[in-house]
Design a protein around this ligand. Structure first.
Ligand SMILES: Nc1ncnc2c1ncn2[C@@H]1O[C@H](COP(=O)(O)OP(=O)(O)OP(=O)(O)O)[C@@H](O)[C@H]1O
Ligand SMILES: [Mg+2]
Length: 282
């Protein structure tokens, strides 16, 4: 499949993925990249979690010798030498190093220079971030178009969800807005028993005023896929998490490349929530 273009121009879009610890940032970086690659976009996934890089494991890459940390430390290394293409997905990956000593004295500013140099060669660049306020990747926000904030409901008792949203989503939203980014939230690890999901979506969209791109169900196939070194989208394309992620990818594609949706935002999301969870009512 050829590389898609928008208005005749190569689509050069940079997406940063943020959110609290364990929400699913790395999982979604790997899987959204996989979705975009499957749609014919030349896609690069960058591990911007400089202190705890884990993106490579999602593609079965085990501690590559030439990596992002090597580039950060030694500007004479060619960026291309640190980029690996995963044959199962087609995604290009710029992985981090898992050696602790390589994490000392590295700079997020240099990360921005690397992203600036490389992004024009890809249609879509997806950057994974460290937990919380993503200090390592903030410099790359200047180059980005879109911020996806990942939240998870699994470990948050429902009464604390609003507080979590107020504490975290608002800060990340303000950060993204300061850099002029388009912003969307993905709600991850949603269980069928998460009865209050509709009120969480309403709270996010109406009160916090941030669009919910989609929801991804809790699915044991997700960690299982990582154990096998592949994104769940290729490991089990039809499992419920894969279906949810694909829908998020489709909506992002429409948002980024300007394809108009027939339905309203809320109505489309409501129907996709029902489809993904396989339930009739909340
Ligand atoms: N939809 C899901 N269903 C079940 N488990 C999931 C789902 N999404 C992510 N997980 C699991 O949750 C854990 C955390 O996911 P992940 O590493 O992607 O989060 P993260 O936000 O990148 O975390 P960190 O802040 O530590 O980098 C992993 O074990 C992952 O397999
Ligand atoms: Mg992570």
């Amino acid at each position: 499949m050829g590389i898609k273009t928008y208005d005749g121009e190569p689509a050069m879009v940079t997406i940063v993925i943020t959110g609290r610890g364990g929400a699913g940032k790395t999982t979604l970086t790997a899987n959204l990249s996989t979705y975009f690659a499957s749609q014919g976009y030349k896609t690069l996934a960058i591990d911007g979690d400089l202190y705890l890089p884990k993106l490579a494991f999602h593609f079965g890459i085990d501690n590559p010798e030439i990596n992002l940390h090597a580039l950060l430390k030694n500007p004479s290394i060619k960026i291309d030498d640190a980029i690996y293409q995963d044959m199962k997905t087609g995604v290009y990956i710029l992985p981090g190093s898992s050696n602790l000593y390589e994490m000392l004295n590295i700079s997020g500013k240099r990360l921005k220079e690397i992203v600036k140099e490389i992004k024009s060669r890809f249609n879509i660049t997806v950057i994974d971030s460290p937990v919380g306020i993503p200090f390592d990747t903030i410099p790359t926000f200047k180059l980005a178009t879109y911020q996806i904030i990942v939240i998870e409901l699994e470990r948050s008792p429902i009464y604390s969800v609003r507080t979590m949203i107020e504490n975290e989503v608002i800060k990340l939203k303000q950060l993204g807005e300061a850099y002029g980014l388009k912003i969307g939230v993905i709600i991850n690890k949603v269980r069928e028993s998460s009865h209050a999901i509709d009120s969480v979506i309403r709270f996010l969209e109406r009160d916090i005023k941030v669009p919910v791109i989609g929801i991804v169900p809790f699915d044991p196939k997700v960690p299982e896929a990582t154990n096998f070194g592949m994104p769940v989208l290729v490991y089990k394309p039809r499992t419920k998490a894969s279906r949810g992620i694909k829908q998020c990818g489709e909506i992002m594609e429409k948002e980024l490349f300007g394809v108009k949706r027939k339905e309203g935002y809320w109505s489309q999301l409501y129907h996709s929530v029902i489809r993904v969870l396989g339930i009739r009512r909340f």
